[in-house]
Design a protein around this ligand. Structure first.
Ligand code: CMP
Length: 140
């Protein structure tokens, strides 16, 4: 079974959309394997997004991601990476298809409500960034 790491970002928490976004994720067939609420430090956000450290938006992105609580979630499903990216829509909500989570709730390319891993190997690595393996529950 494929794993993806979702993060309901600080804008999602501030807008009180955690329940609505989780409902859509579960109705799309994803199994929740681990979940918590955490406020990342700037350093933790920089570590999570290290792959983007050369990008012009890196400093703003890591400020935003450490600006309040977020909800990291380990999800499993056949084809989880691609199916989750289809569910949330394009990074820029202006380009996201109608009916996707970002199209419906996101304000900008940065404050885009939710993160999803971009490959199976990153899904595993990103899950491990927030959860030791023993905190990830087995299939019920
Ligand atoms: P995410 O899927 O979490 O992966 C990297 C994040 O960087 C992305 O969502 C956006 O929040 C942010 N991002 C990507 N491109 C841009 C951009 N051009 N300007 C600002 N933020 C961006």
């Amino acid at each position: 079974m494929e794993r993806t790491l979702a993060i309901l970002k600080p804008d999602c928490v501030r807008k009180r959309k955690v329940g609505e976004v989780l409902r859509r994720i579960q109705e799309a067939g994803f199994r929740l394997r681990a979940m918590k609420m955490v406020t990342m430090s700037k350093t933790e956000a920089e570590g999570f997004y290290a792959v983007h450290e050369d990008k012009p938006f890196f400093d703003d992105l890591t400020d935003f991601m450490s600006s309040g609580p977020c909800v990291p979630i380990v999800l499993e499903k056949e084809n989880a990476i691609a199916d989750f990216r289809a569910l949330i829509g394009a990074t820029d909500p202006e380009e996201a298809e109608n009916g996707t989570i970002r199209s419906d709730f996101a304000d900008s390319i940065q404050e885009n409500i939710v993160h999803g891993s971009d490959s199976p190997s990153n899904g595993e690595k990103e899950a491990a960034y927030f959860f030791p393996e023993h905190e990830i529950v087995a299939n019920q």
